[in-house]
Design a protein around this ligand. Structure first.
Ligand SMILES: Nc1ncnc2c1ncn2[C@@H]1O[C@H](COP(=O)(O)OP(=O)(O)OP(=O)(O)O)[C@@H](O)[C@H]1O
Length: 274
């Protein structure tokens, strides 16, 4: 687990007392795709200034939930407030306060990384000099300076994720949402991304990220929400959700009702031709 800064003790106490600042308030969120109910009645108060992990097995509804929370997908019902503003009634105010790194990120392929950040900075209404200053620093910290003039189409998966992260951070949002930020990213880039996110939360901002890699969530997050079959099964400080289990992975398997996959035993033909 990451070292807990002193301020976290206060934050922990505030959460326990129910006085913590809420970054994201979700009430009664539902989404159905035809017959498939992807999200079925999610209520969640995400505390501000924390590193939040939204975990769940494939198909649990994490991406659908994050898409609705960030205003990318309209819910069938329910409300979402970020920093006290309603995502669907006040979208411009909300979008100014959040950064999003969505799953299957689409970037402008025919721009260089540098041009992309300049363009995003202008869309965000930042003064040109400030865009340059922030872009230089982000490219440097994310080890992208050397590739800044290459076209995005030629970037690797890790470089694309880091470019997407830089674009999501450029306007210094209050809350950053990341859908599977470490998927397809090598350990060096993962460490770089991790360092940037830790620096960001240490200054009071909130990161919400989805993942099904429990070890990653356990080492990075101090607050988790476990999702399965479209519902939140548990949420709270990491230690509380983990409970008496040896690891978050064990707690997670118990919460989603899975204990190993005995189906593997049925594959009696499998063994490389032996
Ligand atoms: N656009 C869509 N059309 C139809 N069904 C969808 C759509 N998007 C998601 N679903 C379904 O909703 C359910 C939740 O999907 P979602 O992508 O939110 O899960 P997830 O937890 O993010 O999964 P993963 O970890 O595999 O990315 C799944 O059963 C999925 O098939």
């Amino acid at each position: 687990m990451k070292d807990q800064p002193e301020q976290d003790t206060t934050a922990e106490a505030a959460v326990a007392e129910g006085t913590a600042r809420v970054a994201v308030r979700v009430r009664g969120l539902w989404k159905r795709f035809g017959e498939q109910v992807a999200v079925s009645g999610v209520d969640l108060d995400v505390p501000a200034g924390r590193f939040i992990g939204l975990v769940g097995p494939n198909g649990a509804g994490k991406t659908t939930t994050l898409s609705m929370i960030t205003g990318l997908l309209r819910p069938d019902s329910g409300t979402v407030e970020i920093a006290g503003k309603d995502v669907w009634r006040d979208p411009v105010a909300v979008k100014a306060r959040i950064g999003v790194l969505p799953e299957g990120l689409r970037l402008f392929e025919r721009l260089s990384g540098r041009e992309l950040l300049t363009y995003i900075g202008q869309l965000r209404g930042l003064p040109g000099e400030e865009v340059d200053r922030r872009a230089n620093q982000l490219l440097d910290v994310l080890d992208l300076s050397g590739a800044q003039h290459k076209l995005v189409v030629d970037y690797s998966t890790g470089m694309r994720k880091k470019t997407g992260l830089a674009a999501a951070l450029l306007h210094n949002p209050e809350v950053l949402f990341l859908d599977e930020p470490f998927e397809g990213v090598d350990p060096v880039s993962a460490q770089t991304i991790r360092g940037v996110l830790e620096r960001y939360t240490a200054s009071g901002a909130t990161v919400v990220f989805s993942s099904h890699v429990m070890e990653l969530v356990e080492s990075l997050c101090d607050w988790v929400a476990v999702m399965a079959s479209g519902r939140i099964r548990a949420h709270g400080p990491l230690a509380e959700v983990r409970g008496d289990a040896d690891s978050l992975q064990d707690a997670f398997l118990g919460l989603v009702g899975v204990r190993g996959n005995p189906a593997g035993n049925r594959l009696d033909w499998l063994g490389g031709g032996a």
